[in-house]
Design a binder for this molecule. Structure first.
Ligand code: MG
Ligand code: MG
Length: 263
């Protein structure tokens, strides 16, 4: 991997790529209801990405272990699943579930990558709090994405917020630089002491993506599909992700409509 700074013209294209994802996630939020399958969500995303003239970034992504291709357009992670859940006709959503949808596209040669966790119908008070704390921790992280800070200032802000609310941060998966490749340097952990790692510079674009467990931080990888990561203790997990450009004028959140709160 390498660290690549982007011009404002490149950041504008990445804004468009992430805007396509924003529209997908808004549509999922509107349509999501008990009785749908995670494959229904996948098809909805696939149709919208294609109509927008973009390409799904995760479909065919090689497994880091055996190189087998990821089969879905989006990752759909249900309840105690953290990330990388595989869409299936057999996974039917029920009232009270929470579903994380992670969507990546490539558009005009540049990647976008964003995720949200959605409630399915009415959810428990604890699940609601998990979603709120995770979404808020992403905002705290984004606020640190400014010139002169260091990468670990982002993760420190995320971790402090999450642990202050009694939840835990996943260590095994981290955010990342993004651009003409889906994963670039630097890695962006959601934990750690402040003032460490790379110094943030204008032109860096980062995918910041806290993964937060209601219980302990430990992760279990699915033996059956090889992709799905879930919580070891069976507690629920949430995931919010946005791409952010570091600019001289402060963090520029890519993808969202102006004035919107990021999900
Ligand atoms: Mg993602
Ligand atoms: Mg990502």
């Amino acid at each position: 991997m390498s660290l690549v700074l982007k011009s404002s013209a490149e950041i504008d294209i990445m804004q468009q790529a992430n805007r396509i994802i924003w529209d997908v996630l808004e549509e999922v939020e509107r349509k999501l209801e008990p009785g749908m399958t995670t494959m229904d969500v996948d098809r909805m995303a696939e149709d919208m990405i294609r109509s927008a003239g973009a390409k799904a970034a995760f479909k065919g992504y090689p497994h880091p272990g055996d190189g087998s291709p990821f089969p879905g357009t989006v990752c759909v992670s249900l309840n105690d699943e953290i990330v990388h859940g595989v869409p299936s006709e057999k996974t039917v959503l029920s009232e009270g579930d929470i579903l994380s949808v992670d969507c990546g596209v490539v558009y005009k040669g540049y990647y976008g990558d964003s995720a949200r966790t959605f409630p399915v119908g009415d959810i428990s008070e604890e699940s609601r709090r998990l979603l709120d704390v995770t979404r808020e921790s992403l905002k705290k992280g984004i606020a640190q994405a400014k010139v002169g800070n260091r990468v670990s200032d982002i993760g420190h802000a995320v971790q402090t917020h999450v642990e202050g609310h009694g939840f835990s941060v996943v260590r095994e998966f981290v955010g990342h630089g993004i651009g003409a490749r889906l994963h670039e340097d630097p890695q962006v952990p959601n934990f750690g002491a402040p003032g460490r790692r790379e110094r943030l510079q204008a032109g860096m674009v980062l995918a910041i993506e806290p993964m937060v467990n209601a219980g302990g931080p430990d992760v279990l990888l699915s033996a059956s599909d090889g992709w799905t990561a879930r919580t070891r203790d069976g507690s629920r997990s949430a995931h919010f992700e946005m791409c952010v450009a570091v600019t001289e004028d402060g963090p520029r959140i890519l993808g969202q409509l102006s004035g919107s709160n990021g999900g």
